[in-house]
Write a protein that binds this ligand. Structure first.
Ligand code: COA
Ligand code: AMP
Length: 629
């Protein structure tokens, strides 16, 4: 069998042939004869003459091939004490019925459906039901507050919103319905109806546009899969950019399904009948790709886990899930392992379970620090694979391709680029950086299948945010370097995006919230290193003149108000807990706040103060606050 080098080379030298062969892993309604439409760069389109249905590929075709009895999805929810399995035939039927429910609500080809749900199987069912109808889903992470949901509803303009009465966070029940109602109230593009899954922990009172999931399903007739163009959108997934307005990353059908189908055996080494446990959330790209679509496209079993790695009931839950389901690969974020390490530093829970099925641990979502890497590798005695990807890319850009061959591991590196990813590191002038020297990580166009073809209703922002910095390259927004062996080291974002517990957030969005407080003249939010969450935001605010900061209790009250505002407007997931009131913010002479310099001081990695600084004394005053002295 060919090794990594040969496979990678063939993806570069014979790009079209490589991906047309990969596309044969799917059942096409009309098989593609052309791999790539290059007529309108940088808007490339994969398999332009192909037609397929992704939900059919994920479910029906396995049933039709005689594998209807295989387990497709295991729902494991320690927070509700529930475990439930769906066979491929069973899940296909649920999806077809729910597609019938959506059709009854007027949803058809090309319509958008927003899905705002906790980690319950119905979230995956709703996604697949949209795919079955050729509708476009947009899943919004349940940890986002009403305002964030409203912004996404306005942008996607969904016909229907699918939600649940509540989610469960540890021992807390979070009612979703009031958040959904508020979001619809705030939005200008109101859906015509909502479908609500009633959960017994907190059933919701339904209003005039609300439909009860169970009642509607009892009335619905199953819908058949609708073949769509390969280039049609399967979903829109909003992700944080530099500003507060999220970017609607568009995913096509054929390219995405092809890339995922390729990745399962070659990267994750999981095939039909084997089990992948991805501990993330359907609201993130990792959840879209490796909880829902990829394992099902591969005919494998996916575990949908509702809960945290620690807490309810203990730090042994991941190992219990592995042992009970014969999991072959686990995929989660490094922060989950740091949380487990804190609770169970000596791995006592690991020893309690039979983990003989477990062959790999995959980690992504943030930089895998070498200490966490070593702890996990020593604890489990299996390959621990760091891999790097983004919402925009849909699948790993760089990885250690376990199913092809395990390459030597260099801690701190997500190893080497995957097929189709021509990764380069450029300096500010656009010249290739020397080996070992950090620069902007870019990917030469065209991007491989699976990567985003554009942003929803915003070609202009796609061009400006990603394609303009270096002509002919996609700007990833990450900085890092390549070493002499072609290993990539991803060091962190070069923009104002931060990664908190594996969740991608915009500091710009938090700044918008803070500056809306009547007492705030200006503010800055930076991401600082955190031993558990990787990064956490810290806010710095300057008061308007005339505000009496000396009034008794003023500062504490203001801080509490600001923290609560971010929680209410963005969501608890923003994790902004620390706001300092400062006399001024350091700026360049042209008025740009020196956030990078502030970050360096806070993290203890301070570099030379830029010569463009307007007033260095401002930074001197701020230094002890940043260092928490
Ligand atoms: N609905 C409502 N609230 C949510 C939520 C959801 N879906 N998800 C998170 N929150 C809340 C949490 O309850 C918490 O609230 P609090 O401040 O009142 O305690 C807050 O948002 C911050 O959440 P989080 O950053 O996840 O912190 P945590 O302490 O609850 O958990 C980890 C920390 C590391 C255990 C958890 O983030 C984790 O398992 N992450 C790794 C897996 C992952 O999801 N990765 C994403 C991409 S791979
Ligand atoms: P998201 O779009 O939410 O998946 O977040 C993508 C961002 O997470 C990337 O741009 C990186 O900054 C970061 N990231 C993801 N995986 C890794 C990794 N393996 N190493 C370093 N950073 C990572």
């Amino acid at each position: 069998m060919a090794g990594y080098d040969e496979i990678f080379r063939s993806s570069v030298e014979d790009r079209e042939g490589f991906w047309l062969r990969a596309a044969e892993a799917l059942d096409w309604h009309v098989a593609p004869t052309t791999a790539l439409d290059e007529s309108n760069p940088p808007f490339y389109r994969w398999f332009p003459d192909g037609e397929l249905n992704v939900a059919y590929n994920a479910l029906d075709r396995h049933v039709d091939a005689g594998h209807g009895d295989r387990t497709a999805l295991v729902y494991d929810s320690p927070v509700t004490g529930t475990k439930r399995s769906y066979t491929y035939a069973g899940l296909r039927d649920e999806v077809a019925t729910f597609a019938g429910v959506l059709r009854d609500q007027g949803v058809g080809y090309g319509d958008r459906v927003v899905i705002y749900m906790p980690m319950v199987p119905e979230a995956a069912i709703a996604m697949l039901a949209c795919a079955r109808l050729g509708a476009v889903h947009s899943v919004v992470f349940g940890g986002f507050a009403a305002k964030e949901l409203a912004v996404r509803i306005d942008d996607a303009a969904p016909k229907v919103v699918v939600s649940a009465s509540c989610g469960i966070e540890g021992s807390r029940v979070i009612e979703y319905k009031p958040l959904l109602d508020k979001a619809i109230e705030l939005s200008d593009r109101k859906p015509t109806s909502t479908v609500i899954l009633q959960r017994e922990q907190a059933p919701a009172r339904l209003g005039p546009i609300d439909v009860d999931w169970a009642e509607a399903a009892a009335r619905a007739t199953p819908a058949d899969p609708v073949p769509v163009r390969s280039t049609d959108p399967l979903y829109v997934l909003y992700t944080s950019g530099t500003t507060g307005k999220p970017k609607g990353v568009v995913r096509d059908c054929g390219g995405y399904a092809t890339a995922l189908a390729w990745s399962m055996p070659n990267i994750y080494d999981v095939g039909a009948g084997e089990t992948l446990f991805t501990a993330s959330d359907v609201g993130w790209v990792v959840g879209h790709s490796y909880i829902v679509y990829a394992p099902l496209l591969a005919g494998a079993t996916t575990v949908l886990y509702e809960g945290k790695p620690v807490g309810t009931p203990d730090a042994g839950q991941f190992w219990r899930v592995v042992a009970e389901n014969g999991v072959k690969s686990v995929f989660t974020a490094p922060t989950a392992f740091r949380a487990i390490k804190k609770e169970d530093p000596n791995g006592e829970f690991v020893a309690k379970y039979d983990l003989s099925s477990l062959k790999y641990l995959f980690l992504a979502g943030e930089r895998l620090d070498p200490e966490t890497y070593r702890w996990a590798a020593d604890l489990l005695g299996i390959p621990v694979i760091d891999h790097w990807w983004q919402t925009e890319t849909g699948w790993p850009i760089a990885a250690n391709p376990a199913g092809i061959e395990l390459l030597e591991v260099k801690p701190g590196s997500p190893t080497r680029p995957m097929p189709g990813w021509d990764i380069q590191v450029l300096d500010e002038t656009g010249a290739p950086a020397e080996h070992g020297v950090d620069g902007a990580i870019v990917a030469k166009l065209p991007l491989p299948p699976g990567a985003f073809p554009t942003l929803w209703n915003d070609d202009e922002r796609y061009l400006n945010s990603y394609m303009k910095a270096f002509d002919g390259y996609y700007l990833t927004g990450d900085g890092g370097h390549l070493d002499a062996d072609g290993y990539l080291f991803v060091m962190g974002r070069t923009d104002d995006v931060i990664n908190v517990a594996g969740h991608r957030l915009s500091t710009g969005g938090m700044e918008e919230v803070l500056s809306s407080h009547t007492d705030i003249a200006e503010c800055a939010v930076i991401g600082v290193a955190d031993t558990m969450k990787g990064q956490v935001p810290r806010g710095f605010v300057v008061l308007k003149s005339g505000v009496d900061a000396d009034a008794e209790g003023y500062e504490d009250t203001l801080r509490a108000e600001l923290v609560q505002m971010v929680r209410d407007q963005i969501g608890a997931v923003a994790s902004l807990k620390d706001v300092a009131i400062v006399p001024a913010l350091p700026k360049t002479r042209s008025g740009k706040i020196l956030r990078k310099t502030m970050r360096g001081i806070a993290d203890g990695t301070e570099e030379a103060v830029p010569s463009t600084i307007d007033d260095a004394s401002v930074l001197d005053t701020l230094r002890p606050v940043l260092r928490r002295e």
